[in-house]
Design a protein around this ligand. Structure first.
Ligand code: NAP
Length: 183
């Protein structure tokens, strides 16, 4: 758990067989049901009046078609080191810590989802409580990768379901992060 917030933090990502998450700045697949799963998981809240926060890197934000951003019914946070950057409809933060601190101070935020891309997943592994991973059974020759995560998690993930689209099978899993040793 993060020292910045008591709220739950989850990474959510779709990975190909080689842990690939993207190619040429975009997703190399297009799975409607996977997109719906992402939307449902990151949007669902249990307390009325609350919303979840989705945190993403500047490249991932720019990879979203303009008509789909900000992602609706979620508080969108875009990470950049560019102090003049503007993202219409989103909050711009200059570090992950700043974003988590904002979430902590905002009483309307329920859960925090780290939604990519590769560079943001890499640093987020330190702070997440768990990971929603879609495992796609195909190699897409990606150039952006999710970090090694299985050794940081409890060995048996929770299996949440499976789908097949365009002849490709994929499964939904939840991995619980193993708590750091308390000395
Ligand atoms: N499969 C999936 O589930 C999934 C999900 C999301 C994205 N993706 C894919 O991932 C790829 C993009 O990943 P990426 O690693 O190239 O880009 P990214 O993580 O989306 O964005 C990188 C940018 O975020 C900013 N940033 C990163 N770390 C920061 C920090 N510590 N503090 C402040 N700003 C920070 C920087 O922006 P500035 O350069 O502006 O400073 C950096 O250039 C694409 O192919 C996309 O389609 C896949």
């Amino acid at each position: 758990m993060s020292s910045f917030t008591d709220k739950k933090i989850y990474a959510i990502a779709a990975l190909d067989e080689k842990r690939g998450v993207g190619k040429d700045g975009a997703l190399p697949w297009s799975f409607k049901k996977e997109m719906q799963y992402f939307k449902d998981t990151t949007t669902e809240v249990f307390e009325e009046g609350k919303q979840n926060m989705v945190i993403m890197g500047r490249s991932t934000w720019e990879s979203l078609p303009e008509k789909y951003r900000p992602l609706p019914d979620r508080i969108n946070v875009v990470l950049t080191r560019d102090r003049s950057y503007q993202a219409s409809g989103a909050i711009v933060c200059y570090s992950l810590g700043e974003a988590l601190k904002k979430a902590d101070l905002d009483g309307t935020v329920e859960t925090i989802y780290i939604v990519g891309g590769a560079s943001v997943y890499e640093m987020a592994l330190d702070v997440v409580d768990g990971l929603y991973i879609t495992r796609i059974q195909k190699d897409y020759g990606c150039d952006a990768f999710f970090p090694e995560y299985e050794t940081l998690c409890e060995p048996k993930p929770e299996f949440l379901g499976e789908e097949e689209e365009d002849g490709v099978k994929y499964g939904f899993y939840f991995y619980t992060k193993v708590l750091d040793d308390i000395i």
